[in-house]
Write a protein that binds this ligand. Structure first.
Ligand SMILES: [Mn+2]
Length: 429
């Protein structure tokens, strides 16, 4: 694969981690579990983002053990992999050899999994601190990692000397600012998404089904070597525009309605996250265009504020005030509505009910919080929307922006102006 990352990237990520943790420490990283789909089937495997970040391993049942000695220059790194056997190779296919695992990660000590306890306990006996991920994903869905918990319970009585720390805040701090290698990968994922969007503008016409568009999106990604979505694709026509995470994608696209697409390719586990709203007939009505341009204007205003020192919390409140003004101009709310609104349910919320921004990276909703101070090199979405349920449509426009004194719009090649979208769709009637 052309986009495979050089192991220098992972070596460097581990070195950065080593410099942050206490001397005399061990770090354990377990791989993501395989999640059952039904019967004896699993969902397609996806490695845990932190484990990938520190190793490059995409294979299941891969464990990493890092040791930082009392002398802070003393590092030892181990990785433990499945021992391949003939039956496994016949049924599932290739598994890493020790040499491959070493080449991928830059870790020299590669062992089979059965050696893990022995090596871990030997190091644990002469160490003071232990770091591991407490939540698996600092802002994600909390779940109990069965294999890890079982293993941890089994060794607990033998490691009572160790003081335990959560690895998640360390991984968050390292992952927030993207290195040039990561920015480059994310730009590629965005470009694949953008090229696919140009094809979709040609494909959409009245009476196509949402699932046909979804299939075209997957075709566009896959033929460009991004073999997965970063998240389930939203292909929402007409009233479905207003369902924020609609992804059943089963309806027919009707003439005169809008189509809201929220889609992004995943490349080497890095996400793109783009939203566009286009007219199914190729031309916006004047009312649709009026709302569209109001959203686009907020989008442009907020984009300028994705600068060092700002926070998502501040971006959210600025977006809310801009949208409130837009809703007044669009006659969707009145000054009276604002004057009489309840603090916990402001008038704009009827038409705009989500945040304007989140971090993007190995996870589409990447690590980082609302109060994280923005720094150059972080990548965030800019995604205001206005959803007018009573008029049967909603609009969201989302680009991916890199924080800089002059913010860098990584989606600047993906058409967003209403006139340009109409021109590219051509006359469908
Ligand atoms: Mn988003």
């Amino acid at each position: 694969m052309l986009d495979n990352l050089d192991n220098k990237f992972f070596v460097n990520n581990r070195q950065n981690l080593f410099s942050e943790i206490l001397p005399d420490s061990l770090v354990i990283l377990f791989s993501a579990e395989q999640f059952p789909k039904n019967g004896d089937q699993y969902f397609k495997y996806r490695q845990n983002s932190d484990t990938f970040y520190y190793s490059g391993f995409k294979q299941e049942d891969t464990t990493i053990l890092l040791y930082k000695g009392k002398n802070t220059k003393n590092f030892e790194e181990f990785a433990f992999i499945i021992e391949p056997n003939q039956k496994m190779i016949t049924w599932i296919g290739h598994k890493y050899s020790k040499a491959e695992a070493s080449k991928i990660s830059g870790i020299t000590n590669i062992e089979f999994l059965e050696k893990f306890d022995e090596i871990f306990l030997k190091l644990a006996n002469k160490t003071q601190h232990l770091y591991y991920s407490h939540k698996c994903n600092i802002r994600g869905i909390e779940y109990s990692h069965g294999k890890f918990s079982k293993w941890f319970d089994s060794v607990k009585p033998r490691i009572e000397n160790l003081e335990i720390f959560d690895l998640d805040p360390f991984s968050m701090n390292l992952r927030l600012v993207k290195s040039p290698i990561e920015r480059n990968l994310m730009q590629k994922a965005i470009d694949i998404t953008g090229k696919t969007f140009l094809e979709i503008l040609q494909f959409v016409k009245p009476n196509v089904y949402e699932y046909q568009i979804e299939a075209e999106i997957l075709r566009g990604f896959s033929t460009r070597r991004a073999h997965d979505y970063a998240y389930p694709t939203i292909v929402a026509s007409g009233k479905n525009n207003n369902i924020l995470h609609y992804n059943t994608n089963r309806n027919k696209c009707n003439a005169g309605d809008l189509l809201l697409l929220d889609f992004g390719a995943e490349l080497e586990y890095y996400a793109a996250d783009v939203s566009r709203t286009i007219p199914i007939s190729g031309k916006f009505t004047s009312r649709q265009k009026e709302v569209y341009n109001a959203v686009l204007d907020v989008h442009k205003q907020i984009k300028k504020k994705i600068v060092p020192g700002n926070t998502i919390r501040q971006l959210n409140s600025e977006a809310e005030m801009l949208i409130q003004d837009a809703l007044l101009k669009l006659k969707l709310i009145s000054r009276y509505d604002i004057a009489t609104q309840k603090e916990d349910n402001p008038a704009f919320k009827k038409y705009y009910m989500h945040g304007v921004s989140h971090f993007i990276g190995l996870d589409v909703h990447d690590v980082g919080g609302k109060d994280t101070i923005l720094q150059t090199g972080m990548i965030l979405s800019c995604e205001p929307g206005i959803y007018v349920e009573q008029e049967g449509f909603g609009i969201r426009l989302e680009n991916d922006i890199m924080v800089a004194d002059t913010p860098i719009d990584m989606c600047s090649n993906i058409p967003i102006e209403a006139d340009e979208v109409e021109e590219l769709m051509g006359d469908l009637n």
